[in-house]
Design a protein around this ligand. Structure first.
Ligand code: CAA
Length: 701
C-alpha cells in the first residue's frame, strides 16, 4: 500500500453543512492519521456556530474499508477507533455518514456511530473481521444489534458477508439509498435534519430480552457444536452480543475491547492476517511491476476436459465471453455435458436462478474449429500433459491468434520456455496453472519465463483476479520435484508420507494425523479423489532419479486397477455413491508383502512423527523453491499451500509455521533426518542461510 498522504482528511463547507472528506488511498483504511484528521475536523465543525449538521464522506473507490490492519502489530496510537466513534456519537450536531463502495469493518462501525446513514445504491456493507480471526472491535458488536437485532447482527458478523445498500435499508442498518450524486444527496439529507438521533440509547431491538437471549443461547450452542472451543472470535462475538443486552453501552464497549484484544493476540488471527497480506503480495510480480494488463473480454480455451470445462465455467461465471474448442463432435458434446451439469446442479441447489444459468450459457461458444480463436484476447491451452501434443497445439494457436493476444498453457510441470517457443510468440505466452476443480479452487499459478513480456504476465494476473482467483507467480523448474510451487511441494509431501507408509505407517494413520493438524483431507484420501492413474502417468513420463528413494506402492495399486474413488477401490474402499471410504484391507496386505519383499521391518510412527516429518518436508521443499527462484517469496508458498492444498488458513501457511518454530530449529531437526533420505531432508541452502543468520522466512517476503 502507498504511504498515507500527510493530510488524509479535509474539512469543507456547503453553507451550514460541514463536510468531512477522507482521502487515504487505496481503501481509506482508518489509520492513525485518518483518525486524528476526522477527530480534528469534527471538533472544528462542531465549534463552528454556522454548522447545522456534519457529513462524513470519502473520496476514491470506497468509504473506509476498515481499520488499518497493518497497525495491528504496532503500538496503539490515539485516538483509537473507539475513542473517535464516541466523539462522533456524542457530537451535539447531527452527523451523517455518506457511504459508497464497500464500508467494511471499522468503516461500517464509523457509519454506525454516526447518527444517520445514506448510501449509494451500489454500495455494500459488511463486518468481515471474522475472516481475520477478529470481531468488530470499535463498537460494532454493541451498535449493530441495537440497529438490526441479534439474529441479523449474528448473521453479518459470523459470516463476514457484504450486504447491498438495498438490503441494508430494508433491515434498518441505513436510513436512505440514493442512485443520484451521493455527496450532494447527503448534504441535502443533512439539511433536513433537525436533531441528533441518540444512537447509543437505541434499544428498540433489545426490548424483547426473552427472544434476544434465546437467539444468543442458540448461537452459542451452534458455534460450540460447529467449531468447538478453538473458535475464539465466534465465541467472543456471542459474548459481546449478549453484553449488548445485559450491560450499559459503556460497559459493553469495554467488554468488546477486551474481547478484541484477546482475538488480536491469538495465533489464529496472526495466521489469518498473514494469509490476507500474503494473497495480495502474491499478485505483485517483481519482473512486471510497472506493466499494465491488457483488456480481456473474450477468452478461448483449447481442450474441454475436466480442467478446460472448469476454466470455461469460471470464465462464464465472471462475465467473460468464452470460446471452448474441442476435437470432433463427441468432444464438443462431452464438454457441453460437463458445463451443462454444473449449471443444472447450481440451479437445483438454488445457487443460481434458471435465468442466470441461461444468461451465462449465451456467452459460451463451443466449437471444434481452431480458426475461431482469432477473436480471443486470451487463449488457454488445457489439453493433457503431453509435451509434443501441447507443443503442436500451441503452434496452431500461435498461427491463428490475433497479434496482441496472450497465449497461456495450463501445464503443471512441462518446460514452459519450450512450450512458449512453440507458439512462435514466446513474449506473449505465459503459464496459467489452474487447480481442479477450476470453477471452485481459487489458486492460479502464473508461470513466468525469461522471454515472457511484462504485459503478458500482468494480463494473466489481471485475468485471474477478474475471475476472483488468487494468482501466484511461479517458474517451472526441473530440479528437485517437478512443476511450479504446488506440485513440487506436493511431491515432497507425498514422498515423506510414502516413506513412512513403506516403513510401517498405514494410509489411514497418515491421513488421520494430517487431518488432525487441520488439513481437510490426508494425502491418500486426496490421491483416491484425484485418481491414482494421473500421478502414475506423470511418474512414468519422467526419468527416475537414482538419488531419490522410490516407493512402488502406488504403482502396484494402479497395476491392480485400484485407482481410487473412480473404481471405488484405492487406499480406501467406497460404497456406491460415497466419497468417504473404509481402509482397503487388500492394500494393507499388499503393503506388508511389499515390505517383506524389500526386506523392510515395519516400525511405529506416532501421529506427531508423521506431522513433523511431513511439515519438515514441505518447509524444506519450499526453501529449495525459493533458492531456485521458482517461488519469489516465502509468503507465496503459504498462499499456494492454503489455497491449493487446504493448509489450515488460520496457521498462515507452512513458512509462517516454520518461522514460529524458527529456521534454526528446523535446520537442526532436518540434520537428524538427512542421513535417512538426503533428497528430502538435506537442508536447503536458503534454510541453512536463515538458520546461520538467525533470520526468518518473513525477512525474505
Ligand atoms: N488495512 C490496511 N490495508 C488494507 C486494508 C485494511 N483494512 N484493506 C485493504 N488494504 C490494502 C490491501 O492490502 C491492498 O494493498 P496493496 O495495494 O499494497 O497490496 C490494497 O488495500 C487494495 O486491496 P485489495 O487488493 O484487496 O483491493 P480490492 O479492491 O480487491 O478489495 C477490499 C478491496 C474489499 C476493501 C479488500 O481489500 C478487503 O476485503 N479488505 C479488508 C477489509 C477488512 O477486513 N476490514 C476489516 C478490518 S479489521 C477492523 O476494521 C477491526 C475493527 O473492528 C476495529
Amino acid at each position: 500500500m502507498k504511504q498515507a498522504p500527510k493530510h488524509p482528511v479535509r474539512l469543507e463547507r456547503q453553507g451550514t453543512i460541514a463536510l468531512i472528506v477522507i482521502e487515504n488511498p487505496p481503501v481509506n483504511a482508518l489509520g492513525v492519521a485518518v483518525r486524528r484528521g476526522i477527530a480534528a475536523a469534527l471538533n472544528a465543525a462542531v465549534a463552528h456556530d454556522k454548522t447545522d449538521a456534519i457529513v462524513i464522506a470519502a473520496n476514491g473507490r470506497t468509504f473506509p474499508a476498515g481499520a488499518d490492519i497493518r497497525e495491528f502489530d504496532m503500538a496503539a496510537q490515539e485516538p483509537s477507533l473507539g475513542q473517535l466513534f464516541d466523539l462522533i456519537e456524542n457530537a451535539p450536531k447531527p452527523v451523517v455518514a455518506a457511504i459508497h463502495g464497500t464500508a467494511l469493518g471499522g468503516g461500517l462501525e464509523l457509519a454506525m456511530a454516526a447518527h444517520y446513514r445514506i448510501a449509494s445504491s451500489d454500495a455494500r456493507m459488511g463486518l468481515p473481521e471474522i475472516h481475520l480471526g477478529l470481531l468488530p472491535g470499535a463498537g460494532g458488536t454493541q451498535r449493530l444489534p441495537r440497529l438490526i437485532g441479534a439474529e441479523l447482527a449474528f448473521d453479518m458478523m459470523m459470516s463476514g458477508n457484504q450486504l447491498s445498500a438495498g438490503i441494508c435499508a430494508e433491515i434498518g442498518l441505513i436510513d436512505s439509498v440514493t442512485s443520484g450524486d451521493l455527496r450532494s444527496e447527503a448534504v441535502a439529507y443533512a439539511r433536513t435534519l433537525t436533531e441528533v438521533r441518540p444512537t447509543a440509547l437505541n434499544r428498540t431491538h433489545l426490548m424483547d430480552g426473552g427472544d434476544y437471549m434465546a437467539t444468543v443461547a442458540a448461537r452459542r450452542a451452534q458455534v460450540k457444536a460447529d467449531l468447538g472451543a478453538g473458535a475464539l472470535a465466534p465465541l467472543k462475538i456471542v459474548d459481546c452480543v449478549e453484553a449488548a443486552l445485559l450491560l450499559p453501552m459503556d460497559a459493553g464497549l469495554q467488554l468488546e475491547r477486551a474481547a478484541f484484544e484477546d482475538c488480536l493476540a491469538s495465533r489464529e488471527s496472526a495466521g489469518l492476517r498473514h494469509a490476507f497480506f500474503a494473497e495480495r503480495r502474491a499478485a505483485k510480480f517483481p519482473e512486471a511491476a510497472d506493466a499494465k494488463p491488457a483488456k480481456v473480454e473474450r477468452i478461448a480455451i483449447v481442450g474441454g476436459g475436466t480442467m478446460g470445462s472448469g476454466i470455461a465455467i469460471a470464465g462464464l461465471q465472471s462475465g467473460f465471453a468464452v470460446t471452448l474448442v474441442e476435437q470432433g463432435e463427441s468432444g464438443v458434446n462431452a464438454a457441453l455435458e460437463q458445463i451443462g451439469a454444473f449449471y443444472e446442479r447450481s440451479i437445483a441447489k438454488g445457487r443460481l436462478s434458471e435465468a442466470q444459468g441461461a444468461a451465462a450459457l449465451t456467452h459460451l461458444q463451443l466449437t471444434n474449429k481452431l480458426d475461431t480463436l482469432g477473436e480471443a484476447d486470451l487463449i488457454i491451452e488445457a489439453i493433457g500433459e503431453d509435451f509434443d501434443l501441447k507443443a503442436s497445439i500451441l503452434a496452431e494457436i500461435g498461427a491463428v491468434a490475433k497479434p496482441d493476444a496472450v497465449i497461456a498453457t495450463n501445464t503443471s510441470y512441462l518446460d514452459l520456455s519450450a512450450l512458449a517457443a512453440a507458439t512462435g510468440r514466446p513474449a506473449n505466452t505465459i503459464g496459467l496453472h489452474f487447480f481442479a476443480p477450476a470453477q471452485v479452487n481459487k489458486l492460479v499459478e502464473v508461470g513466468v519465463h525469461d522471454a515472457a513480456s511484462a504485459q503478458a504476465v500482468m494480463t494473466g494476473v489481471g485475468f485471474a483476479k477478474a475471475m476472483g482467483k488468487t494468482p501466484v507467480r511461479a517458474r517451472v523448474h526441473k530440479g528437485f520435484g517437478s512443476g511450479y510451487i504446488g506440485n513440487a511441494i506436493l511431491e515432497a509431501y507425498r514422498l515423506a508420507a510414502d516413506i513412512m507408509l513403506e516403513d510401517g505407517a498405514t494410509p489411514a494413520q497418515i491421513d488421520g494425523a494430517m487431518r488432525s493438524f487441520g488439513f481437510p483431507l490426508g494425502p491418500y484420501q486426496i490421491a483416491d479423489m484425484s485418481g491414482l492413474d494421473i500421478a502414475y502417468a506423470r511418474r512414468q513420463s519422467k526419468p527416475r532419479d537414482p538419488d531419490v528413494r522410490y516407493v512402488e506402492i502406488a504403482d502396484k495399486m494402479v497395476e491392480q486397477g485400484w485407482l481410487g474413488q473412480k473404481t471405488r477401490r484405492g487406499y480406501y474402499i467406497y460404497a456406491e455413491g460415497q466419497r468417504t471410504g473404509v481402509p482397503n484391507g487388500d492394500v494393507l496386505k499388499m503393503i506388508s508383502e511389499h515390505r517383506a519383499h524389500k526386506g523392510i521391518t515395519a516400525r511405529k510412527f506416532s501421529d506427531r512423527d508423521i506431522r513433523d516429518r511431513i511439515l519438515l518436508a514441505i518447509v524444506n521443499a519450499g526453501a529449495r523453491l525459493l533458492g531456485e527462484g521458482v517461488a519469489a517469496r516465502p509468503s507465496d508458498i503459504d498462499t499456494v499451500m492454503v489455497h491449493g492444498f487446504g493448509y489450515p488458513r488460520s496457521r498462515g501457511g507452512p513458512m509462517m509455521d516454520a518461522d514460529a518454530t524458527t529456521p534454526s530449529i528446523i535446520a537442526s531437526r532436518l540434520s537428524v533426518l538427512a542421513p535417512e533420505e538426503p533428497s528430502l531432508w538435506a537442508a536447503a541452502p536458503v534454510l541453512t542461510m536463515l538458520a546461520q543468520e538467525r533470520q526468518k522466512f518473513a525477512d525474505l517476503n
